[in-house]
Structure formats: C-alpha cells, structure tokens
Design a binder for this molecule. Structure first.
Ligand code: SAM
Ligand code: SF4
Length: 337
C-alpha cells in the first residue's frame, strides 16, 4: 500500500507493524581511523564532496520525517567530527520542533577540542567507540596510534556533563578477550556503560567469518566470573542492547548480539547515508535516493512519500545467519553505523 501526497501519515509503520522513531544520519564517510572491522587499511575512495548532503538538505529531511514520527536523531559516519562545523548542524536539528533527542557516535579523537561546543549546541548523548585499553591492541585494531588522545576526549566529554556516555567495543574473537575486564573496570569507575557489539559482516576487507565473532554469551560468562549481573527490564523501550546492572549497584553494561540473537523484530530505525540514500536496514542491498529527489525540486510531500514507501518495504531482518546472506556493497563507514 502506498499513500497519496495529501495523506502523509503521522507515524511511520513498516509492513511488519514496526513503528520507526529513530533516524541515523551519516554526515560523512571520511574517517581519521582505519579500524580493521570497518575500513580498508589504505586506498580508500571517499564520496565526492558535492554528493554530500548540505546541512540545509539534511535538516529538510529531518523536518519532513519528524512530522511522520521520527523523534530521535543520531549523527554518525565515517567520523562525524571530520565534518566541519558539526555543532551548527546540531543547532539546526535542535530547532526542529518534534525532535526529542540528538545523539552522536564518534571515535572521540576530536572530542577534547569539541565536547563543550557540541554539548552547548544541544547534543545530548554520546557513544564513543573504544575497543582496547592496551595501546598496542588499540593500534592493532584502529590502525592508528592515538589511545591517549581518545582517552583525553572521553575525559573531556565526561567533564562537560553529557547526559549519557556509552562506550562501544566491537567483539572480535582472539582480540577482545583480553580487553573486556579492563573496559568493564573503566566503565565502573568513570560511569560509562560499556557495550559489546558482536562483529558484523560489514568490514571493507570482507574478511568477516562467523569464527571471528566473540559472542555475547561468552562475554557475559567472562564478566560473571568476577561480577554478578542483573538483567535490566527494557520491555517498554526495547533497544538493540540487552542490558545488565552490576548487582553491587556500580553501573551497567550492554551486549548487542547482532549476530547470535538479532534484534530485528524490534528494529525501530532507518538510516540516511552522507550522500542522501535512505537505507531501511543496516544490511540493505537496496537504497532509496533522497538526494536526487531533493536536488530535482521534489516537494516535502514527495520526499515524505518516498520515505513512507521505503519504510513499508523495510526488510524483516538481516540474513547473516542464512546461506542466502549477501554482504552489502557499502562497508560500515560508508553506511553510517
Ligand atoms: N567513526 C565513528 C565511530 O567509530 O564511533 C562513527 C561511525 S562507526 C561506523 C559506528 C559504529 O559502528 C562504531 O561503534 C563501530 O565500532 C561500529 N562498527 C563498525 N564496523 C563494525 C562491524 N563490522 N561490526 C560491528 N560494529 C561495527
Ligand atoms: Fe572510522 Fe568509526 Fe569505522 Fe573506525 S569504526 S574506521 S572510527 S568510521
């Protein structure tokens, strides 16, 4: 079923009955890191800058989809802080009436310099990617030698008082095992929720294999050797992470079992790439070109209808666990994780 121009719905509900309230906006595919699970080591071909949506174009889409039920925006990339004047975009999104929450996922490299201005602009929540606290292991996975700079960024973000700072660590077998407890201890002492995300087949090197995924249940087992964990009841606000409180009251962790136990049945998000393609699933092999609509003079109703029609055919779930799985052409940095 499609909709006529005059009757854009006030809610985005897909063909499976899932109500979409989150939009993840990638602002660039450029990044100063080259994480092994995401980007190639070198020879990266980035998008031509003229193809990146301008702030005005992004905010136009945000404004349209806000009237269709989108309430939360997450800025991502590539590294979102590689995009000049990002705080300006945050201020513009904050002025969109119906948007309730603006968050960002970052590698934290530029946070020391920008945390305060981002907070002042209206950014509420931060997810920082940090896979290893050992400098050598950090260098091995991020292909950059800058753990100190990232830790300083994190410290500054904490100092300026973000409402929530979560740390994302990609869980890779034969790599992450040694880092789990160090990250956990840092989270407990500094007030960060540490989230482990099972390694997904979205790496540019296409070297993902199931054997390389460190599974959520294994991570929980190793944490439980030291700490008792109490599952958090998230039934009223189901997100991708299963969360656990430490029984001693000192903090919380999250496990995102994207491979071993996907949360697709509860997925409430869509994504827009930096070049204005709407993706209804992280693993979509089909995209909806909003940029051409925008640049060819489409009305807000036309753009809203394109989003609505795309959401109606949102994929029921990813197929990582099926023989028919096809890795999307774009790797994570070009999609916007
Ligand atoms: N550059 C920013 C950063 O790293 O936080 C934002 C973009 S990054 C693509 C967003 C998130 O995707 C990060 O938390 C990163 O760890 C995660 N990610 C990237 N590749 C992944 C993969 N193959 N499997 C699981 N998570 C991945
Ligand atoms: Fe860059 Fe983030 Fe990808 Fe790492 S995960 S290469 S920081 S976009």
């Amino acid at each position: 079923m499609t909709t006529s121009k005059e009757s854009l719905p006030t809610q985005l509900v897909d063909g499976m009955g899932r109500t979409i309230v989150n939009l993840r906006v990638s602002v660039t595919d450029r990044c100063n890191f080259r994480c092994t699970y995401c980007m190639p080591a070198d020879n990266v071909e980035f998008m031509n800058r003229s193809n990146l949506l301008s702030f005005e174009e992004i905010v136009r889409v945000v404004n349209i989809v806000s009237k269709m039920g989108i309430r939360r925006i997450r800025l991502t990339g590539g590294e979102p802080l590689m995009r000049k004047d990002l705080s300006q975009l945050i201020r513009m999104i904050k002025d969109v009436d119906l948007i309730e929450d603006i968050a960002m996922t970052t590698n934290a490299y530029f946070l020391k310099e920008h945390a305060q201005e981002l907070k002042d602009a209206g950014l509420k929540r931060l997810n920082v990617s940090l896979d290893a606290l050992d400098p050598e292991k950090f260098k091995e996975v991020n292909r950059r030698d800058c753990l100190e700079q990232v830790l300083e960024g994190l410290k500054e973000a904490n100092r300026v008082g973000f409402k929530s700072i979560k740390i994302n660590a990609v869980a890779v077998r034969n790599f992450s095992e040694t880092e789990i407890m160090d990250l956990i201890e840092m989270g407990r002492s500094d007030g960060f929720e540490i989230r482990f995300i099972e390694f997904m087949p979205l790496d540019a090197d296409r070297s993902w294999e199931r054997e390389k995924v460190l599974f959520g249940h294994e991570i929980l087992d190793s944490i439980r050797k030291k700490y008792d964990l109490v599952p958090v009841d998230n039934s009223l606000d189901i997100g991708p992470a299963s969360e656990y409180n430490f029984a001693d009251g000192k903090g919380k962790i999250g496990i995102i079992t994207a491979v071993s136990n996907p949360f697709c049945d509860h997925c409430n998000r869509i994504r827009m790439t930096a070049d204005g393609k709407l993706r209804t699933c992280l693993f979509s092999t089909n995209e909806h070109n909003l940029k051409d609509l925008i640049r060819n003079g489409a009305s807000d109703e036309d753009i809203g209808k394109a989003v609505h029609d795309a959401v109606l055919i949102k994929e029921p779930g990813h197929k990582i666990n099926l023989d028919s799985f096809e890795q999307p052409e774009r790797a994570m940095y070009a999609i916007g994780g």
